[in-house]
Structure formats: C-alpha cells, structure tokens
Design a protein around this ligand. Sequence first.
Ligand code: NDP
Length: 485
Amino acid sequence: MSYQSQPKASHFVNGAYLEDSAGAPIEVIYPATGKAIARLHAATPAVIEAALSAAETAQKQWAAMSGTERGRILRRAADIMRARNRELSQLETMDTGKPLQETLVADATSGADALEYFGGLAATLTGEHIPLGQDWAYTIREPLGVCVGIGAWNYPTQIACWKGAPALACGNAMIFKPSETTPLSALKVAEILVEAGLPAGLYNVVQGLGDVGAALVGDARVAKVSLTGSVPTGRKVYAAAAEGIRHVTMELGGKSPMVIFEDADIEDAVGGAILGNFYSSGQVCSNGTRVFVQRPILEKFLERLTARLASAVIGDPMDEATNFGPLVSQRQIEIVQGFIEKGKAEGARLVTGGKRIDREGYYLGPTVFADVTDDMTIAREEIFGPVLSVLTFDSEEEVLERANATPYGLAAGVFTRDLTRAHRVAAAFEAGTCYINTYNLAPVEMPFGGSKLSGVGRENSKAAIEHYSQLKSVYVAMGPVDAPF
Ligand code: NDP
C-alpha cells in the first residue's frame, strides 16, 4: 500500500504496535479494485491477554488523574486528527472504499469532534450532594473499568472514536476490535492518542473475527461492551455480556422509514432520500430505506429522484469529484444483489439501477424500486446497500402505523412544511433518532441510538456518559446510630 499513513503492524497494545504472525492472516482488500493492499494477522490468545492485562493495569492510574488532565489529552488528539485529516481520510477510503469527498468531512472529522466534545466534558463529571435532614449523602461518578468496543465496517474511524472518547473521558480503558473487513483506521486512532499523551495501555486495538470479539466479551476483567453491528451479532454479544452482568451499548441495524408529505419541499425531500440511501453507497445503519411518498406527489418525486441520481459521479474514490463509490466487499455486493433479485421477483418496479457497474471493484449503481408493498422482502429486511424502496400512502394515520410496523427502531424522518404535523409525526415514530426536513445527520452533541431491536443505550452527547460510568452512593451519618436493641 502506497499511502504513508499505513499502520506499522496488526495490533496496537500497551502503547505500541504489536505483531504476532502466528495469528490467522487477514487480507485487506481495497474495494475500488478488489486487490489486496495489506495483510494483517488476527490476534492470538497471547495478544488478547497482553491487551487485557495492559488495559487493566493502566486504567487504575488513568482513573486517578483529574478530568481536566484526561480531557486535555483527548482534545490534543482531536487537534492531531484534524491536522492529519487528509492522510486519515485516504486511509479510511482505502479501508472502506468510500469516496474521499465523503471521508474528508465525515470520518476523522467526526472522530475528532467526539474526542473534543468528551475531552471538554471530562472535567465536568461529578456526583451530587443529597441532603437527608440531619444526615446527607453524596454520589461519586466512577468509571466502569476495562471496556471493549467492537466495530462494524462502514465507519471504522468514527466508531473507534465514538466508543473510545467517552470511555476514556470517564476514566476507563478501551480495547477496540475493528471489523476484520476494515482493520486499518482504528490503529491510527490508537497511534494518535498515544502521540497526544495518552498513557500506554488505555486504548488498545486487536484484530480478528467474531471469535476474538467473543474472547474479549467473555473475559472476567471486562466491565462493559459496546457493539456496532447487526442484530444477530448483537443478540450473541448481549447474551455473552449478560453472563458476567456486564454493561452494554448495542448500536444495531435498522429499516428506517422516511415519510414525505405532499406539502414537502420536493427538492429537500429528494435530497433527504439521497442522503439517507446513497451516502456511503447506502451502507449506513440509520438509512431511511423505506421511503413513504404521499400519493399526489409520487410521480414528481420519482422523476426528480431519478434525474438527480443520473448526475451521481461514480468512479475512483480517491478522485475528489467522485461522490458514489464501491460497496465494501464482494460478499456485501452479493448480499445486495440478492435483495435486488428478490425485489424484482416479488413484483417491485425497478425504476433505476439494479446492476453491477462494469469496472473493477465492487460497484453497484444507485437503485430505486417503486410500487413496493409492506410485505416485500426489500421493505422488511435491512439491505445495507444502495437500494431505495418507494412506498405510497394516503393519510398520516395510515403511514404512521405502517412506518412503525417493523421490529427495528433506529431512525425515522418526516418531510413536511406543516410544523405541527412534523412534531406530531416525530413524537409518534418508534425510533431512537428522528429527523424533520433532513436526514442522517449525527452531530456529537445529539444522542444517537436505537429503540426496539435496533439497540440499547446511546452514543454521543451527555447521554453517553451514563453508559461509560456508574454512581457510587455514600451515606453520611451526622448523629448517633439509632439501633433497635
Ligand atoms: P456484524 O454484526 O457482522 O459485525 C459487527 C462486529 O462484531 C464485527 O467486528 C464482527 O467481527 C464482530 N462479531 C461478530 N460475531 C461476534 C461475536 N460472536 N462476538 C463478538 N464480536 C462478534 O456487522 P457488520 O460489520 O456486517 O456491519 C453491518 C451491520 O452493522 C448492519 O446491521 C448495520 O446496521 C450495523 N450498524 C449499526 C450502526 C449503529 O450505530 N446502529 C452503525 C453501523 C452499522 P468480524 O466481522 O470481523 O467477524
């Protein structure tokens, strides 16, 4: 791999790169060419043990530092990430295939936001004083200990920071296992944190497949597990964490609705549907893949959507003019093609796309189906690719019932000029993150997460603090002990 930012070894443990070539090889494939760009090794039991023991030792000293000192290191790391944004974005593009046009503004920058935000919060984390008449109590906000983060492959830098920043701000140590599909970027996050002054052992990265994740989740030294992944993996990880009564955050999949009323600004609605279905080639958990369009504007909506999709620049992700890149892997493109075939077979109308693009790499054109009904596979299952389904509706009451008729509850969006209706619909959505007249924005200041099968807990914002710390209560008696005998 020719990019200067290439990590130096497979793992990052106890403040330094670590290699153990006894681990099973992991080929890193550049999705735009399908060619291998790096070869890493999965963590052996020795690497996993080194990470766990380094984290356990380092965490106690880190927790004893003041929040101001911890925060200063995180904020310094944010500055380094911003200064190296281009180099980190190129690496993220190599890892995922996402266009540089996107990675320059959505990955290391989002990671830096999390480091800066939680770095700023670190000094403010306190307990409270509770008056009890003559007596009183106080609470101490304590870290949990060693936290494990397990990431999906669509936002490797962002996920590594969204989990690491709040964990470290609260005084925890983190062991992060990236997806085996995109193992490179998190190593750079670890490297930058150490450069910013993070003591060794507090942010470790170990590579591997699900078995490495499972070994971490099952270890008695681990206090918390935060997973970003699919619902089936979430079930397994949640169950394994339950064995040790560990804290969990589960950021899982979705099948989110986007509801477009006839009074909506049509260009904004089309823009929202594009953002919520084709950004990152559709590989975004919160995507609004069920686009409900009110009947009178259906044809107009489809016409503007297809016209705007025709201007997508599909090509080399390293070319900054490109705004639509490949899918992450051969496996993912096959999964998505399978859904497209099901859509056709079950009677949906293919409006545009649906085909693999004739070039090397895993390119699949932006795909739109119309005449989709609620029972079709493409309207029920998470596709995780550039496939938008258009459904039609007549009334608000009807669309809300249909929008919520899913076991998922990650996100939802509404487009309308009617302010009262917008808030009424947002209140009725069964989803953790809702949008009015926009879609898929995830600023660090706003809680992000799912309801129903889409997850447990919240990332970002002050809400994340609750998921990386716990309260100790101390009762203080100011008088004699009143015992019955
Ligand atoms: P997977 O669920 O396949 O994998 C997620 C991570 O879990 C990977 O690192 C995987 O390792 C690891 N893993 C797999 N099995 C186990 C196990 N038994 N114990 C511990 N760890 C395990 O998800 P994908 O990587 O395919 O990502 C796509 C999914 O992630 C989609 O469903 C998407 O909706 C969801 N997602 C959710 C987001 C959210 O914030 N809600 C954001 C982004 C994605 P490996 O793959 O290396 O084997």
